[in-house]
Design a binder for this molecule. Structure first.
Ligand code: CFM
Length: 546
C-alpha cells in the first residue's frame, strides 16, 4: 500500500477491478460504466461515462432529491421570495438553513430565509386533498409578511394525491395581487436533485425573469448564474467586480432578490459559474432576449484572472481592460506570496473530490495552484456534458426521467430581443478565444489515467482511500465522519466546514491555508479506528448475490 501523501503510480485498471470485485455481476457491469479511466486525446475527446441514471438500489449514494434541488438549491438562497413547502413538515424542516447560502437583507429589510414555511400536511390532507390548506397557508403567509412573491414547492405526497398547486397559485395570485407561483418538484421526480434545478429554472423563467423591463445604462453590466453564496463566496465576487468597474446586476441565486431576477434579462452578459444547475436559464435568456453567455470560474486565482479577462474582452473597452489588469496585478501579489509559502509543503500530494455537479471540477484548479494532484474525482448528479464537455450534448439520450421535466419552447421576444453583439463581433470574439455557450467539462482538464467516478458509493470511497491514501478527501457531510475516523483529513466542499469563503483571489489564499493546516495537522497520526486497535472489523456483512 502506498505511503500517505507520496507521489504514486498505481495502475488505474487494477484499482477499478478491485473496486468492482465485491459487487454482484449485474451491479458490477452497471458501475463499470460509471467508473472511467480518463484518457484525453489531442482533440480533447474523452471516453464516454454513464451519468444521470438511477442509483442502483442497495448502493449507498450521496445524492439528494428533486425537491432538494429546486427548493433547497436554486430557490433556497432567495431572501425575499417567501418559499412555502406544501407537504409534511419533515421536508420543510430538513431543507431549512441546512445549506450555507448567505444573504444581506435588501433595502426593504425583507429576508425570509430564517423562517421555515410549510403547510404541515396531515393524514386528513393526504386522504381528502391539501389544496384548501395550501390556500390558507398562502393567505396566512401574505397576511403576516406581505412579501412581493410566494413560491410553492410540491413534495412527494402532493404529486401522489394530485393536488393542483398551480391552480391554487393562480387563484391566490389574482386574489392577493402579488406573484404566487408553484414548482412541481416532487422528490421522486428524476434521479437526483438535478431534475429539481431544471424545474426551478423553468419556473423562474416563466414567472419572474422579464417582469421588469427597466433599462440600465451602466456600460458593463453582467448577471452571474449558478453562484449560490455558500460561505460568502458571492459577497467577495461582487466586491471584486465592483473594484473592476463591472456591475453585477443579479445573481442566481446567492444574495439575490426578486427584483434582481425580474430585471436580469436587461444585463449585457450572462456569466455561468455552476453550469450544471443553471445552464438552462442562460440558454433561455439568450434565446428570448439575445444576451450571450460564457462559462466563468471564480474558484482558483488563475481561473479568476482568466474569467475577469474574458469579461473585459467581451466589453472590449480599453479603460475597463486596464482597470481589470490593475486589480489582477494587485491581488496576484498576495496570492503568489501565499503560494510560495504553501506550495513546497503540499507539492505532489494527492487530493480526491466527489461533490455535487460542479465543484469537483472547479476545486481542482485551487489544488493545482499549491502543487497538488487530483487523482480521482466525480460528481453526485451531473450529466455527461459536465464530465465530457458540452459538445456531447447532441449525443446525450433523453431518458424516461428527463421526459418527466417540461422542456420550454422559447421564442424571441417581439420587443425586447436585442442581440448584444452583432454576428461579426461575436465571430471576432470567438477568434480571440472567447467561447460562447460552451463548457469544457471535467474530464478534458484532468490527467490521463486519473479515475472519474459518477455517483460514488460508500464502498468505493473507502476502497479509493485504502489504495491511494490521499492527503485529503473532499466530499460532503454524509461521508465526512467515516473518512475522518479512518484517519484521512476530510474537507466538506459543500459547506466549507463553516470556513471559507474560497472564491476569487482572497478566497484562494484562505483555501491554500485551510488545506495546508488540514493536511499538516498531526492529529491524524494519533487516530486509530476501532478495527485498527482490535485488528478485526467491528461489523461484518455480505452482499446478497443476484
Ligand atoms: Fe452547482 Fe452548487 Fe454544485 Fe449544485 Fe449542490 Fe452546492 Fe454542490 Mo452541495 S448548485 S452543482 S446542487 S455548485 S448544494 S452550491 S455544494 S451539491 S457541487
Amino acid at each position: 500500500m502506498a505511503e500517505r501523501n507520496q507521489q504514486i503510480s498505481i495502475d488505474s485498471a487494477d484499482v477499478k477491478e478491485q473496486i468492482l470485485k465485491i459487487y454482484p455481476p449485474k451491479v458490477a457491469r452497471k458501475r463499470a460504466k460509471q467508473i472511467v479511466i480518463n484518457q484525453v486525446d489531442k482533440d480533447e475527446n474523452v471516453p464516454e461515462i454513464t451519468a444521470n441514471v438511477r442509483t442502483t438500489p442497495g448502493i449507498i449514494t450521496q445524492r439528494g432529491c428533486c425537491y432538494a434541488g429546486c427548493k433547497g438549491v436554486v430557490l433556497g438562497p432567495t431572501r425575499d421570495i417567501l418559499n412555502l413547502t406544501h407537504g409534511p413538515i419533515g421536508c420543510g424542516f430538513y431543507s431549512w438553513l441546512t445549506r450555507r447560502n448567505q444573504t444581506r437583507p435588501g433595502k426593504d429589510g425583507d429576508n425570509f430565509m430564517t423562517y421555515c414555511f410549510s403547510t404541515d400536511m396531515q393524514e386528513e390532507e393526504i386522504i381528502f386533498g391539501g389544496e384548501k390548506k395550501l390556500r390558507q397557508a398562502i393567505q396566512e403567509a401574505y397576511d403576516n409578511f406581505k412579501p412581493k412573491a410566494i413560491g410553492v414547492f410540491a413534495t412527494c405526497p402532493v404529486g401522489l394525491i394530485g393536488d393542483d398547486i398551480h391552480q391554487v397559485c393562480k387563484e391566490m395570485r389574482e386574489k392577493l395581487g402579488i406573484n404566487v407561483f408553484g414548482f412541481s418538484c416532487e422528490g421522486y421526480k428524476g434521479v437526483s436533485q438535478s431534475a429539481g434545478h431544471h424545474i426551478a429554472n423553468n419556473q423562474l423563467f416563466k414567472h419572474v425573469i422579464g417582469k421588469d423591463n427597466t433599462k440600465d445604462e451602466h456600460p458593463f453590466k453582467i448577471t452571474l448564474l449558478g453562484e449560490y453564496n455558500i460561505g460568502g463566496d458571492a459577497f467577495i465576487i461582487e466586491d471584486l467586480l465592483d473594484r473592476c468597474g463591472i456591475k453585477l446586476k443579479a445573481t442566481f441565486s446567492g444574495n439575490s432578490s426578486y427584483d434582481g431576477f425580474a430585471n436580469a434579462h436587461m444585463s449585457d452578459l450572462n456569466c455561468v459559474m455552476c453550469h450544471r444547475s443553471i445552464n438552462y436559464v442562460a440558454d433561455m435568456i439568450e434565446k428570448r432576449y439575445g444576451v450571450p453567455w460564457i462559462k466563468i470560474n471564480f474558484l482558483g486565482a488563475e481561473a479568476t484572472a482568466k474569467s475577469l479577462r474574458k469579461i473585459a474582452a467581451y466589453f472590449d473597452d480599453k479603460k475597463l481592460t486596464e482597470r481589470v489588469e490593475k486589480v489582477i496585478a494587485e491581488e496576484m501579489a498576495a496570492v503568489k506570496e501565499a503560494q510560495d509559502q504553501i506550495r513546497p509543503k503540499c507539492e505532489g500530494k494527492l487530493a480526491m473530490m466527489f461533490v455535487g455537479g460542479s465543484r469537483a471540477h472547479h476545486y481542482q484548479d485551487l489544488f493545482a495552484e499549491i502543487g497538488m494532484k487530483t487523482m480521482a474525482a466525480g460528481y453526485e448528479f451531473a450529466h455527461r456534458d459536465d464530465y465530457e464537455g458540452r459538445k456531447v450534448l447532441p449525443s446525450v439520450k433523453v431518458d424516461a426521467d428527463s421526459r418527466n421535466i417540461e422542456e420550454l419552447t422559447v421564442d424571441k421576444d417581439a420587443e425586447l430581443y436585442n442581440p448584444r453583439k452583432t454576428d461579426k463581433e461575436m465571430a471576432l470574439l470567438e477568434k480571440k478565444g472567447i467561447k460562447f455557450k460552451n463548457y469544457e467539462g471535467m474530464m478534458p482538464t484532468m490527467e490521463n489515467q486519473t479515475l472519474i467516478i459518477d455517483d460514488i458509493s460508500q464502498h468505493e470511497t473507502e476502497k479509493l482511500i485504502e489504495i491511494f491514501k490521499p492527503a485529503i478527501f473532499c466530499a460532503g457531510i454524509k461521508e465526512k465522519y467515516t473518512i475522518q475516523k479512518g484517519g484521512t483529513p476530510m474537507l466538506q466542499l459543500h459547506s466549507y466546514d463553516y470556513g471559507g469563503p474560497f472564491a476569487v483571489f482572497k478566497g484562494a489564499i484562505t483555501f491554500y491555508k485551510t488545506i495546508d493546516r488540514m493536511i499538516h495537522s498531526d492529529i491524524w497520526s494519533h487516530l486509530k479506528a476501532p478495527w485498527q486497535v482490535s485488528g478485526k472489523p467491528t461489523l461484518e456483512a455480505q452482499m446478497v448475490k443476484v
